[in-house]
Design a protein around this ligand. Structure first.
Ligand code: MG
Length: 377
């Protein structure tokens, strides 16, 4: 294995875990983080959580689980090429969506609406809550007790209000500083993955067409080149090959641009990286625009497509129905959660109980949320 760059996250110099533990015997600290994530209950639930298409719509669409795996693959390639810590980017990528509600962004928006008077709901912060508090697998501590570096990467966005309550891990949002390069890579790999796989899933579903997509020069370039080189190829193969080439081109630009930025900034350590005002990992201006164009296209044609909107509406109704029913009667939740809500209400009032309810709903898979809704009606 090539040696890590001096400004990479070095596991032996980790800022440590919230609860001290003896070092792992055969793995480094970040490999242990990754393994704890893979063994968690929240990770297994990702298979039944929506990316864009609800799980029961078809077997070939991305779910949160396959999305997370794709993010990890892209992030690992970039990290390895840049001599950064591949184990850490893998851990962060696999964990980044653990806090996602059922029904994708529609579910997150709905739960945020329900929680408006109780501090809101942010899915990034929820991912951190899952690994810090909600997983129950170890006798010595709550959550997964991950390293600071993994937690730093998982919390990619955070409101200032919440950042102030998070202590160490929230400080960078207040001071407008950066996380380590591994966290920056996982963040952008997430964008590359979803933009491209949503194009792929969108085409598969028939909700968007190649003709529409050729309005994006980046797509059209690859599409035209492929059609010219392989005039007899099956359309589905050409479409998938375009997506593959778009990912490859974006990753190459990301690598080249970021490598140049690192060279220029010349950080000597991860703390140098953290103290910077801007991230060092990013696209060149033309490719940043390409990414933005893909995102706009998906927003205009896929995420707001009447079929997807219909699902969004149903998601909103389901989440609100669950939240209202549990708020009116905690005992409509399983005993463990009901007892937690009662204790939280005694301690922190209605908002404390609301947080327990939000945790319970956020943990649900799409199908469990629908089953629970049907049982309550
Ligand atoms: Mg994601």
């Amino acid at each position: 294995m090539t040696e890590l760059a001096p400004y990479a996250a070095h596991s032996e110099q980790s800022r440590g875990r919230r609860f001290a533990e003896p070092p792992p015997a055969y793995r480094n600290e970040f490999q242990r983080d990754r393994d704890r994530i893979v063994h968690s209950t929240a990770f297994r639930r990702l298979v039944y959580k929506t990316q864009v298409f609800v799980n029961h719509e078809g077997d070939h669409y991305r779910t949160r689980l396959t999305h997370s795996l794709e993010v990890a693959q892209i992030a690992r390639t970039v990290a390895r090429t840049m001599r950064l810590n591949e184990d850490l980017v893998e851990a962060v990528s696999l964990a980044h969506d653990l806090g996602h509600t059922p029904f994708g962004h529609a579910g997150q928006d709905a739960l945020n609406d329900c929680m408006r008077e109780h501090g809101g709901f942010e899915h990034n912060l929820q991912s951190l809550r899952v690994v810090d508090e909600l997983e129950e697998r170890y006798v010595g501590f709550p959550g997964l007790n991950l390293t600071f570096e993994a937690r730093e990467g998982i919390l990619k966005h955070c409101s200032l209000r919440n950042a102030r309550m998070l202590g160490d891990i929230g400080r960078r949002f207040i001071e407008r500083r950066q996380p380590g390069l591994e966290a920056q890579i996982a963040n952008i790999a997430d964008e590359i993955a979803y933009n491209n796989h949503d194009v792929d899933d969108g085409l598969r579903s028939g909700l968007i067409s190649v003709e529409q997509l050729t309005s994006i020069p980046f797509f059209d370039e690859h599409y035209a080149a492929l059609k010219a080189a392989h005039p007899g190829a099956a359309p589905e193969r050409v479409q998938r090959e375009v997506v593959r080439r778009m990912i490859d081109t974006l990753v190459q630009d990301l690598f080249r641009t970021s490598e140049a930025a690192v060279l220029e900034a010349a950080p000597l350590s991860i703390d140098d990286v953290r103290s910077m005002e801007r991230p060092l990992i990013g696209f060149s201006a033309p490719f940043a625009e390409t990414q933005a164009a893909l995102k706009r296209f998906l927003m205009d044609h896929l995420y707001t497509h009447p079929h997807v909107r219909q699902m969004t509406q149903q998601a909103h109704e389901t989440i609100c129905l669950l939240f209202d029913a549990f708020s009116a009667d905690y005992r409509k939740m399983p005993a463990k959660h009901a007892e937690r809500a009662e204790a939280a209400e005694k301690r922190d009032g209605r908002s404390g109980a609301a947080r327990v309810i939000a945790d319970y709903i956020a943990g649900m898979t799409d199908r469990f949320a629908l089953q629970t809704r049907d049982a309550l009606r």
